[in-house]
Ligand binder design. Structure first.
Ligand code: FE2
Length: 353
């Protein structure tokens, strides 16, 4: 059983238009836009936005690939809901708050004894704000005060047609333990001490499989924290030992290193090791998210990339106004063996929009 995996590191979604996503995530969900960069795979520039709490902590980071090029198909085999922790009693605030923005919601409900409000991104993805004790530092906006704001992820829901093999993967490959069952939901908690520790498997045996590619209106993958590169390679070896032999190479995502595997239920699962400096390698803490940043190996093509991206404006809520604590690198970073990391190196000028 893995003891390498901590809590959730980030969850990646495919919304539609970029500005619509920035507006929803910052104004409706009240997230801090902590990074504007681009997708580090493929040959066509696609934005990559990172949103998080006040301290831009792993466990609070939602990342977006605005993907108007193609609609996705929501279904089983996907992350179906991303859940944010809010203080006890705060769902009473969130219902009228989302109604002010004409956001679709499911009313205040309860699962495993916790109140939550389920609400929908204009592009189609579902979120929940779940009442929980959580001491992480919230990002505040004009309309969302610290007493009701999100703290970071509470967890995520995976839609699966069959529970058994996905449960086995969570327990054996990722080290989760089962907490219980509430109707069609099977709840698991990570054995690590990371934030964002809950995974619910939603048993939907008759739900058609969702799309696996990038596509507007769907979540693409979930990432869990591991301590360092050494742990990433150890986790890859564990997958292979258990027979999950399609684990990817370890990829250089500039702010962290990543390794992916397709889980039995269909959900793409990433493990992620922070690198020293994290989000502060290319921006001061007080300036996070205020301009487009590219990894050094893309800088030579900045003009070609910019020409293909729709302009977005950073909302008032996300203008610099406070210094946050350094990105967590609590464990010394083990350097990856030379040549062990994978980077894409496209020629953006060769491809038409
Ligand atoms: Fe990721």
């Amino acid at each position: 059983m893995s003891t390498l995996v901590q809590g959730i590191h980030h969850i990646t979604q495919c919304p539609g238009p970029a500005q619509q996503d920035v507006d929803f995530c910052t104004q409706v969900l009240g997230q801090r836009l902590v990074k504007q960069t681009v997708l580090l795979d493929g040959n066509i520039p696609i934005y990559h936005f990172y949103y998080g709490n006040a301290d831009a902590e792993p466990g609070s980071i939602a990342t977006s690939f605005p993907y108007s090029r193609k609609p996705g198909r929501a279904g089983s085999g996907q992350i179906s809901i991303v859940c944010y922790a809010v203080p006890k009693g705060a769902t009473a605030f969130w219902k009228p708050h989302v109604e002010r923005y004409s956001i679709e919601h499911g009313g205040i409900q309860e699962r495993f004894g916790r109140k939550y409000l389920r609400l929908r991104h204009p592009a189609g993805m579902w979120y929940e704000v779940v009442e929980a004790d959580d001491s992480r530092e919230p990002w505040k906006t004009k309309h969302i005060g610290a007493d009701v704001a999100t703290r970071g992820f509470f967890g995520a829901v995976m839609s699966v047609r069959s529970v058994e093999e996905q449960e086995q993967f969570l327990v054996e490959a990722l080290g989760f333990r089962k907490l219980g069952v509430d109707g069609a939901y099977h709840r698991f908690e990570t054995s690590g001490d990371g934030c964002g520790s809950i995974i619910d498997l939603h048993h939907e045996p008759d739900r058609a499989p969702g799309s696996w590619s990038f596509g507007a209106g769907t979540f693409h993958h979930i990432a869990f924290s591991v301590d360092n590169d050494e742990a990433l390679f150890a986790q890859k070896a564990l997958y292979e030992e258990l027979g999950y032999t399609d684990a990817s190479e370890v990829k250089d995502r500039f702010y962290f290193h990543s390794m992916y595997v397709r889980s039995p239920g269909g959900i793409l699962v990433e493990c992620t090791a922070n690198v020293s400096g994290g989000f502060y390698q290319d921006e001061k803490p007080e300036e996070l998210g205020t301009r487009l940043n590219l990894p050094p190996w893309y800088e030579g093509q900045r003009a070609e990339i910019l020409a293909r991206l729709e302009p977005v404006s950073v909302p008032e809520e996300n203008r610099p106004r406070r210094v946050v604590k350094p990105f967590s690198t609590a464990t010394p970073m083990a350097a990856a063996p030379a040549g062990a990391l994978s980077r894409s190196n496209p020629d953006f000028a060769r491809y038409e929009r």
